[in-house]
Design a protein around this ligand. Structure first.
Ligand SMILES: *Cc1c(COP(=O)(O)O)cnc(C)c1O
Length: 232
């Protein structure tokens, strides 16, 4: 068995354990395998082990892998590709034309461009609003107070489908501050679900804070190096 296959099994096992500890149903959290900087051959190994959902941070690198993956003999079911990096407005077309999900949407202007550029024959782009939950100056994302306005804006665009919220908290370990931030995300997510039938995704939690995120209602965890190894 390859090390990627083993690591993937281990991470899936950790997710199920965290769910059990949180008294949540099995399989109620999806794993996004973050494959940034890793070659398509690594993605192929994870795919052969059953993984279908991959996340990329750099637009051009992601698009190259998406196109290359479609040429592969091993691809018998489609991969679900998630864009999870910062996006400049001059790169929106690449995301609109190639990705299935855009998790880091934080501006109405970017939403408008993605909607206009999404090809009509494709399914709507699935989007999450990125929340800057740690209120860091440098990080992208809207404040919790700004979520409703952006959600309403996205909901008007037929080429976009609002799926939920995403956050990358500051690295605070497993401390009380992080728990409070995850709790606030969980509450906002529940509120949004009341308003929009399409909302089902709370993307939060990585290797180090998976249990805490799952305790607070995460439905998608994003894991890279624990599956593919450290990035060079
Ligand atoms: C890189 C990245 C991850 C995964 O990080 P690892 O430390 O490799 O597990 C998760 N989410 C986002 C947004 C990332 O950029």
């Amino acid at each position: 068995m390859s090390s990627i296959t083993q690591a993937l099994q281990f991470v899936n096992h950790q997710i199920q354990q965290a769910l059990a500890q949180a008294h949540r149903p099995a399989n109620s959290v999806d794993l996004l395998a973050v494959s940034k900087t890793k070659p398509l051959s690594d993605i192929a190994q994870a795919y052969q082990a059953g993984q279908r959902r991959f996340g990329e941070n750099y637009v051009q690198e992601g698009v190259d892998k998406i196109l290359e993956s479609r040429q592969q003999a091993w691809l018998n079911e489609p991969i679900e590709w998630h864009f999870i990096g910062p996006l400049q407005s001059n790169k929106t077309r690449l995301v609109a034309e190639h990705f299935d999900w855009m998790q880091t949407l934080d501006r109405a202007k970017i939403a408008d461009r993605l909607a206009a550029q999404r090809p009509e024959q494709m399914a709507p782009l699935q989007v999450c609003i990125q929340v800057n939950i740690s209120q860091e100056q440098a990080k992208s994302g809207v404040s919790l107070a700004e979520v409703d306005a952006l959600a309403a804006h996205i909901a008007q665009q037929p080429q976009l489908n609002l799926r939920g919220l995403m956050a990358i908290p500051q690295n605070l370990g497993q401390g009380q501050a992080l728990a409070e931030q995850f709790k606030a995300m969980g509450e906002k997510f529940a509120e949004l679900q009341q308003q929009y039938a399409s909302v089902d995704t709370l993307s939060m939690g990585m290797s180090g804070d998976m249990q805490l995120a799952i305790n607070h209602g995460s439905t998608m965890v994003r894991v890279g190096s624990a599956i593919f190894g450290q990035r060079g």
